[in-house]
Design a protein around this ligand. Structure first.
Ligand code: CUA
Length: 340
């Protein structure tokens, strides 16, 4: 007869084998490394990562001690023979109970003090800052530099080493601004302004993501922070402040189509009749690395696909399928890609 005990005895190791296999396979399949708060590139993110490191090692110490005692007790006091009786039962030990009450209290108090110290660092506004208004929209990010007269989308440019003050708001529903390598999450709430700061310590492109579920395209509500040396940042500022080049040829036809067509109802291009406020400001569209909530690389091919059928690339997007002719799409692409 089939003896299922052997199978069960073998299957006891099955969960362990599956977990080990997953531990080996998962890092292999995760191709692009997601941004980690544990590789901080700003003063704020470093404050958070340092606090995490302390809490992690304390928690690991507690885990090892508690589990060690548990495993020791299970082995040391196990029933060795079937006819062995119950081990000696004890109840209550004042020194032990005092110890395991006071030790956790001290640990929690130390962590509380370290947390308060980190919070003071994070919530003290730095002086001499660049001000940026961060506005969450379904499903893209708007960045306004009120002192510099710049409005852009999905791409936040900051100079390395200088504190940047962020006023985080939302236009429709609650979003959350999160760039793991540069700092903690800041909720973007309609009708309420939250404050945050970034002081990047290294130049680089840092990926961010909306961190509060906000509808269909929450996952494709991404952003990039481009931290560059002061000189490069100033060049970017000048580029954004300058009026875009006057279009000619196909680009001029594209401008005509944009300004007189449905696009102008939602988008602004400075210096033209297009003054819509619903979608991203496109004045310097071609200077951006990405579009559509940083979900698509800014290439003429992607832009043509997008203009042809936005919901096909980003289901749920507020930009509708406009039924544009291929010729109009080509002209629009020529125009938008000329807006350096
Ligand atoms: Cu915006 Cu999630």
């Amino acid at each position: 007869m089939f003896d299922c005990r052997h199978v069960i005895a073998r299957c006891r190791w099955l969960p362990v084998i599956i977990l080990l296999a997953l531990a080996v396979l998962i890092p292999e399949t995760a191709s692009a490394q997601p941004p980690s708060p544990l590789s901080p590139a700003s003063t704020e993110a470093k404050t958070i990562a340092d606090l995490f490191t302390v809490v992690f090692w304390v928690a690991l110490g507690v885990f090892v001690i508690v589990e060690g005692l548990l495993v020791y007790s299970v082995i040391r006091f196990r029933r060795r023979h079937p006819d062995e009786g119950m081990p000696v039962q004890i109840h209550g030990s004042t020194p032990v109970e005092v110890a395991w009450t006071i030790a956790p209290a001290i640990i929690v108090a130390v962590i509380l003090l370290l947390t308060l110290r980190s919070m003071r660092t994070l919530y003290t506004p730095p002086s001499g800052t660049i001000n940026v208004e961060v506005i969450g929209h379904q499903w893209w990010w708007e960045f306004r530099y009120p002192d510099l007269g710049i409005i852009t989308a999905n791409e936040l440019h900051i100079p390395v080493g200088e504190p940047v003050s962020l006023k985080v708001e939302a236009a429709d529903v609650i979003h959350s601004f999160w760039v793991p390598e540069l700092g903690g999450k800041t909720d973007a709430i309609p009708g309420h302004t939250n404050q945050a700061w970034i002081q990047a310590t290294q130049a680089g492109v840092y990926k961010g993501q909306c961190a509060e579920f906000c509808g269909t395209e929450h996952a494709l509500m991404r952003l990039e922070v481009i931290a560059s040396p002061s000189e490069q940042f100033q060049q970017w500022v000048q580029g954004q402040q300058a009026p875009p080049a006057v279009p000619s040829g196909a680009a001029a036809r594209g401008q005509q189509a944009l300004v007189t067509g449905p696009c102008a109802g939602c988008h602004t291009i400075q210096g033209t009749a297009a003054q819509g406020q619903v979608g991203p400001n496109l004045t310097h569209f071609a200077s951006r690395r990405t579009f559509a909530g940083a979900s698509l690389e800014n290439t003429p091919e992607n832009l043509a696909r997008w203009l042809n059928d936005p919901p096909a690339l980003k289901p749920g997007t507020l930009m509708p399928r406009l039924g544009l002719s291929q010729e109009t799409i080509n002209d629009l692409v020529a125009y938008l890609e000329s807006l350096k």
